[in-house]
Design a protein around this ligand. Sequence first.
Ligand code: FES
Ligand code: FE2
Length: 400
Amino acid sequence: MKNKQRISELINNYKNGYSLEQCFYKSQDIYDHEINKIFHKNWILAGHISQIPNIGDYFLFEFDKESIIINRNKDNKVKAHINVCRHRGSHICVEKQGHVKAFTCPYHAWSYDLDGSLIAARLMGEDFDKSQNGLHPAHVELVGGLIFISLAANPLSLTKMNEDLADTFDLYGFSHMKLVKQKTYSIAANWKLALENYQECYHCTPSHKEYAKIHALALSPNKFNQHKERYKKEASGIVRTEPSDAYFDLADEGQEGYQYDRHPLLKNMKSGSLGGKPVSRLLGKLTEYDGGSSEFMVGPVSFFLIYDDYMVGYRFLPTSVDNCICDVFWFVGDAAVENKDYELDKLIWLWDVTTKADEEIIVNNRKGVNSKFYKPGKLSEMETFQQHFLNWYLNTLSAD
Ligand code: FES
Ligand SMILES: [Fe+2]
């Protein structure tokens, strides 16, 4: 109760238009609150179906203290269960990925089938009811081939997003992509510093010269809007004419927040690559390069950037108060052939170099935020998206 009051006071004291107080990045109480209110509630990208192509394949999705087994069952369906044995709680899967006939706990060898039902438990007596001791399930939804999970008892609905963006998913071939590379970047900073950094492009010109040569989003809002007006007329990709009303705090009651829009690249740029050159085959139903890239977000920590010929996914997960990971996923159309249609090093170049630079600036940010002289600073007009996130974050923390 005391903690709750303290957190409420901090939230009420937040000055709109400024960065957060230091304790939001350092307090274990606030961190624990975030885990419950956000990471155990909202939908999070767990991975992609191409990571588990066969029955019995699995991989682990992990953050904070949680480990979730994502697997393909005998009916070819994607399932998710908490990686905690119902006997005395051991992790059951210890390898990050693998192929199994059944999940057998390494401690006392209780065994669970691919749907999480307990099928064998040695020497437990006649009256032991196996049917009451299956693995705890987690909710799973597929968006094309993307696997999302929610640990909420009653998860938010993805219906509005799926209806609203059905044409978008179809055009860019969300059901016809394959994951060709995933990289984990460990960042020694609170997860919000990493996320807030992703939400603003005020830092793009000084910190990402490679990105800034390709994307109009790195320009000042005035110049960006001129590019956007020009682009709206020539784009063949799906561009919003009105701002979305489904972003975070604006999402309908019971629905997950999401955001989609398509933005211009700079003149003559075709993709997010060295020199803006194509780096794979066109995605989905696209027939030409339209000089744009789409920003797509599902829930608060999963982001996608859709170029005409590849998609990159970003996911931010906390591992402790002071540490987080940023996972980056690279997708191409499932018909693209390596070394014929795409070369992996060229495909991943931009977002690898950009994420490494981000890692450095986020850690520098953390060092300064930890100083006793740190005070919340004024946000710029290029940090509006970050401000939306902060509003949603504070509302979410203060909700009952
Ligand atoms: S903890 Fe898993 S079988 Fe004992
Ligand atoms: Fe960045």
